[in-house]
Design a protein around this ligand. Structure first.
Ligand SMILES: Nc1ncnc2c1ncn2[C@@H]1O[C@H](COP(=O)(O)OP(=O)(O)OP(=O)(O)O)[C@@H](O)[C@H]1O
Ligand SMILES: [Mg+2]
Length: 273
């Protein structure tokens, strides 16, 4: 019998770029901040990078970056969407269908699922090295579609030190494990005097890499408000940025190596037949 989900998964796994999901069970912990900063840090290293705002009903990436251009569809043929290019990064977001407007996007789960698939499959991404996907919070709808179908290569989990954020992030972590998504690690955001710091212990107890702690700071808040990239502007964050970029690069290289050795093996087996 035909299985439409399997068909979607197979076709999405053929996308060549390395797909990094940025997620947390909890809202407001800095997923968009991290997704945007990772994307622009990879671009600053010379990579071709795309950024999907997968928060379909409350999209924030364009506001975060002060991008107001309009997404347009190619004429004729496949009628693919042209991403907006901002400082070299290709961006799609539902906010860019109606830039600058504050109209609510009132839709149900299945439409969000369809939008996510469209953002992955029906966009002129060209030849990208990395696609960063800023996911909404929770363990349903879009995060579920992304983990089940989008063939994510890895998932970066973000939490703040608070107990509620850690509980919800643990839920997201267990979901990723159940769905066999490779976890890049746990990044703590908004650590410091106010909320403390807990993520290193949590990461160790779940046996996943601890990616560092980003302090809650006036400097970073101001850089974000100015629509600039804190990973490229705030020296306090350079070490965390460099470690993250190196780790992402390392995983991509080892996955590519594994894929090409699998291809060589199957080509050798074919030639024996
Ligand atoms: N380390 C930090 N220091 C200061 N401000 C920060 C820091 N991290 C994030 N912020 C600010 O906190 C707010 C929330 O961040 P962000 O929108 O990235 O969270 P989110 O997890 O994507 O939220 P949502 O669940 O609504 O998508 C933003 O205004 C952002 O600029
Ligand atoms: Mg967000």
């Amino acid at each position: 019998m035909e299985n439409p989900f399997l068909d979607q998964k197979n076709s999405l796994s053929k996308l060549k770029m390395f797909k990094i999901g940025v997620h947390s069970g909890k809202g407001g912990v800095g997923k968009t901040f991290v997704a945007v900063n990772v994307a622009y840090s990879l671009a600053a290293k010379g990579y071709k990078v795309g950024l999907v705002d997968a928060d379909i009903d409350c999209p924030n990436v364009p506001k975060f970056l002060s991008v107001n251009s309009m997404l347009v569809r190619e004429q004729g043929g496949s009628a693919k969407l042209e991403p907006v290019v901002h400082n070299g990064v290709k961006i799609v977001s539902t906010a860019l269908f109606n830039p600058g407007k504050e109209d609510p996007i009132i839709i149900r789960g299945p439409i969000k699922h369809r939008m996510l698939l469209d953002f992955l499959q029906s966009v002129n991404w060209g030849d990208l090295d990395y696609l960063v996907i800023d996911l909404p919070p929770g363990t349903a709808d879009v995060p579920l579609s992304a983990m089940q179908l989008a063939a994510l290569d890895t998932l970066l989990l973000v939490t703040t030190p608070t107990k509620e954020a850690i509980l919800d992030t643990t839920r997201a972590l267990n979901m990723a494990k159940k769905l066999n998504v490779l976890i890049l690690g746990l990044l703590e955001n908004m650590s410091g005097e106010i909320f403390g710091s807990n993520a290193e212990n949590i990461a160790n107890s779940f046996d996943i890499p601890y990616l560092g702690s980003i302090p809650l700071s006036k400097e970073t808040a101001q850089i974000n408000e100015n629509a600039e990239i804190a990973f490229l502007k705030n020296p306090v964050l350079f070490k965390i940025r460099d470690n993250l970029v190196d780790l992402i690069d390392g995983i991509r290289n080892s996955i590519n190596l594994e894929r090409s050795s699998r291809l060589v093996k199957s080509a050798q087996e074919m030639s024996k037949k």
